[in-house]
Design a protein around this ligand. Structure first.
Ligand SMILES: [Zn+2]
Length: 361
């Protein structure tokens, strides 16, 4: 669903129209013509829909500009037939920031509705409210339309179902009191129940659009849940859960060929080199392989990489970031003075992915 026709740029944020958006006026024209509407009436309907989408763009800028205040950039705002999407670079994990970024969108619609009401009140049109509902072509009718459309957008977005703003607001409010993972579970469950309700209602009442939105919400709620649970699981991993054991320990004076035989026999990814003073560092399987293919002989000593010692109870994720920053490939996992395992950068990535894939649901 990425990409589209660029419309304009404001404060560095691009506004794009997805190609599928063009289906909307086509759909309006098609149903209008089938219902016997004139081209003038169809034109009015398309105009009204464009007004709604202008309000949707303002809604998305509510999210994007609030995010900007918290130092979060927005890649772009894309208009789809079902609404707008502001692609934030990330959603802050601070529940207060998530709350303000999310509620800013619906609040924009509330403000627009309030302004429309104010203009109506000032021009003495509030009394005409009930009569003018039918005559949408007059500009007082347009004003009332802007009022009701924005009130509708405000209320619809507050429905607590991911990925609608209401779901995110619920999650952020809950995470002020309980852990984010639990808050996400609750918010996504509420979202899924509502989504099933949308689908059932849509099918029973012959509203396929509502049923499609329901299916979309159901799947999006699942994706959100999975992502957060995965992040939390990976965050909770300790060195003891990601280190490689058992470890092969050899004297640094062992010949390359002999060490290679021992390594491949036990199918190890690395070995720990020692000498009289204690442990020296780690020798990686790929380094030995390269050395052997280049015809090197002698001992494994020149291949020893000095490895930082980390503790088995350290958190694994920050270590991975540290390894990337330092350009390190291996750390030694210590339990007290005892070397009990090896942490390899390559296998950390595998572990994170496996953890995310197998346990999140
Ligand atoms: Zn929104």
């Amino acid at each position: 669903m990425r990409g589209g026709l660029p419309l304009f740029r404001f404060r560095g944020i691009k506004v794009l129209v997805h190609w599928s958006f063009l289906l909307l006026p086509a759909y309006i024209a098609f149903t209008g013509l089938q219902g016997g509407s004139s081209w003038g009436m169809i034109g009015t309907d398309v105009g009204l829909v464009l007004i709604v989408f202008l309000c949707v763009v303002l809604h998305e800028f509510g999210h994007a500009l609030t995010a900007q205040r918290f130092g979060v950039g927005t890649r772009d705002i894309t208009l789809l037939p079902i609404g707008g999407v502001a692609s934030l670079e990330r959603m802050p994990e601070d529940p207060k920031q998530e709350f303000w970024i999310t509620i800013a969108g619906p609040l924009v619609n509330l403000v627009i509705a309030g302004l429309a009401l104010l203009v109506m009140a000032i021009s003495g049109m509030a009394l005409l409210f009930t009569d003018a509902m039918g005559s949408i072509t007059s500009w007082s009718g347009v004003l009332i339309f802007i009022f009701t459309a924005n009130l509708g957008l405000f209320l619809f977005n507050l429905v607590p179902a991911f990925p609608m703003d209401g779901g995110r607001i619920l999650r952020s409010l809950l995470s002020m009191w309980i852990p984010r993972e639990k808050a996400t579970r609750i918010a996504t469950t509420v979202g899924r129940v509502l989504a099933v309700g949308f689908v059932a209602y849509g099918l029973l009442q012959g509203e396929p659009f509502l049923a499609i939105i329901g299916i979309f919400i159901f799947m999006a709620a699942g994706a959100e849940r999975k992502q957060v649970i995965m992040r939390d699981r990976v965050k909770a991993l300790l060195v003891s859960e990601v280190m490689i054991t058992p470890i092969l320990q050899l004297p640094a004076d062992t010949s390359l060929q002999e060490a290679w035989n021992a390594l491949t026999f036990g199918d190890h990814k690395a070995l720990v080199a020692k000498d009289a003073s204690g442990y020296l560092g780690i020798v990686l399987r790929e380094d030995m392989q390269t050395a052997l293919t280049n015809g090197l002989a002698g001992t494994i000593r020149p291949l020893v990489r000095p490895a930082i010692r980390v503790h088995t109870t350290d958190a694994a994720l920050p270590l991975y970031q540290q390894m990337v920053n330092e350009g390190s490939l291996a750390y030694a996992a210590m339990d007290g003075d005892q070397l009990v395992g090896v942490v390899l950068r390559s296998s950390l990535v595998e572990t994170f992915n496996a953890e995310a894939g197998s346990k999140a649901s």
